[in-house]
Ligand binder design. Structure first.
Ligand code: NAP
Length: 242
């Protein structure tokens, strides 16, 4: 019997990452599920993955911490290579630039850009040897259109979009496909505090998106139906930015 394929999803204890992990498990992947601190939420997602008949390996570590990333992933990568990596872990620390402290700037850049670099570098090395792999980076409309109050977050996501395209060029010949998925406003903990009446006028479809609506396109990009797509940014934003 062929070995089940593995998908590593970062930031998958809740929100978009959890939906992506569950979607990929439904598609037949075993899941390496990274998160930072919410053990209860991660355990709940792991139980649902087991109910789908797939294996879930919980990997709590900070994606921006080089030593923690290596400690968690290097031993696993000695024996197995994920077919899929989804770089999803992240958060925002909003505020206007004139009032932003250096920590808010550095932390947000670090979780998205250092996190991408550290996790991807390790996994990519294994994928290159296999000459196969799919990498999906979760970016944001903020990184495409810009968003007042999110200069740090927009810089991080804009940087990740550029990194997606450069990496796609580097590894295309090794049959590794690298794409970005760019959500607009999606209902998760991250957006819970934002007043809906402030956002809805800017969304042509007239509603906030759901995590499953992002997971659907990630699942497609990781499937056998998406063998000729690389270096792209695919928006899931209800028309908020075209
Ligand atoms: P969320 O519900 O707050 O979940 C964030 C996840 O990331 C959690 O699992 C969290 O783990 C994990 N995480 C945070 N920092 C981490 C770190 N340093 N190392 C490892 N894991 C870390 O957020 P979300 O809304 O689903 O967002 C997921 C991704 O989509 C983020 O990259 C975000 O920028 C992007 N995005 C979201 C929206 C939106 O409207 N929600 C729109 C565009 C883009 P713990 O909770 O266990 O600590």
């Amino acid at each position: 019997m062929p070995q089940p394929k593995i998908a590593l999803v970062t930031g998958a204890s809740k929100g978009i990452g959890a939906a992506i992990a569950l979607g990929l498990a439904s598609d037949g992947f075993d899941i390496w599920l990274n998160y930072r601190s919410d053990h209860d939420a991660a355990n709940e997602v792991a139980c649902r993955i087991l109910e789908l008949g797939r294996v879930c390996t919980l990997l709590p570590f900070d994606v921006a911490d080089s030593a923690a990333v290596t400690d968690a992933l290097a031993p696993l990568l000695e024996n197995e290579t994920p077919a899929v990596l989804v770089n999803n872990a992240g958060y925002a620390k909003d505020g206007i630039l004139a009032m932003m402290d250096e920590k808010s700037w550095k932390d947000v850049l670090s979780v998205h850009l250092d996190g991408f670099f550290l996790v991807t570098k390790l996994v990519l090395f294994a994928m290159l040897k296999k000459r196969a792999g799919r990498i999906v980076n979760i970016v944001s409309t903020s990184g495409q259109s810009g968003m007042g109050g999110q200069t740090n977050y927009s810089a991080a996501k804009g940087g990740l979009i550029a990194a997606t395209k450069s990496l796609a060029l580097e590894v295309a010949k090794r049959n590794i496909l690298v794409n970005a998925v760019s959500p607009g406003f999606i209902e998760t903990e991250m957006t819970r505090e934002i007043p809906k009446e402030r956002i809805l006028p800017f969304i042509p479809l007239g509603r906030i998106g759901q995590p499953d609506e992002v997971a659907g396109i990630v699942g497609f990009l990781c499937s056998d139906k998406a063998t000729y797509i690389t270096g792209q940014v695919i928006a899931v934003n209800g028309g908020a930015y075209m």
